[in-house]
Write a protein that binds this ligand. Structure first.
Ligand SMILES: [Zn+2]
Length: 157
């Protein structure tokens, strides 16, 4: 567990980084049997509207089983997100969901004990593909002898 005062962290332009063993993250294991190590970094900053932000990077390789052929498949994760810190829940909701001019990618509330690992895990979960498959996987091969229409035609003639 690692907690930061997220506003102070941002305004002081602090930085933290580390690595997560995906196989030990319960929330991710509940989704699928993913394994691998993901590196993360969080950089505090202030955006041009003077709002505190956390720039979150996650990258690494996750392995799971291809849902089509059941062989292992590697998923490359490489994502960078700007997380804006809000002091007020209504403003956060507006920026994320209703303000059409909002440039906010992701947002959290100001917290003195902000859970860093929770943020990183959320980001990894968002980046997981909807289905895990090899890019051009045809699935299990049944080797069934389906005759081509021309072969069937030849048999008739
Ligand atoms: Zn496959």
């Amino acid at each position: 567990m690692m907690y930061i005062d997220n506003v102070k962290f941002a305004k002081n332009k602090q930085e933290t980084h580390g690595e997560i063993d995906i196989s030990k993250v319960e929330r991710i294991q509940e989704i699928d049997a993913y394994s691998g190590f993901i590196k993360y970094s969080i950089n505090g900053d202030v955006d041009k509207s003077n709002r505190p932000i956390l720039v979150l990077n996650v990258c690494g390789k996750i392995t799971t089983l291809c849902q089509s052929c059941l062989d292992p498949v590697e998923i490359n994760l490489d994502s960078s997100t700007v997380v804006t810190i809000f002091f007020n829940e209504d403003k956060l909701d507006a920026a994320l969901f209703s303000d059409e001019n909002s440039d906010v990618e992701d947002a959290v509330l100001a917290e003195e004990e902000f859970d860093v690992m929770n943020l990183v895990e959320d980001e990894i979960i968002i980046c997981l593909p909807y289905t895990s498959k090899h890019d051009d996987c045809d699935g299990l091969e049944y080797h069934d002898d389906v005759k081509s229409p021309f072969g069937i035609l030849k048999d008739i003639i």
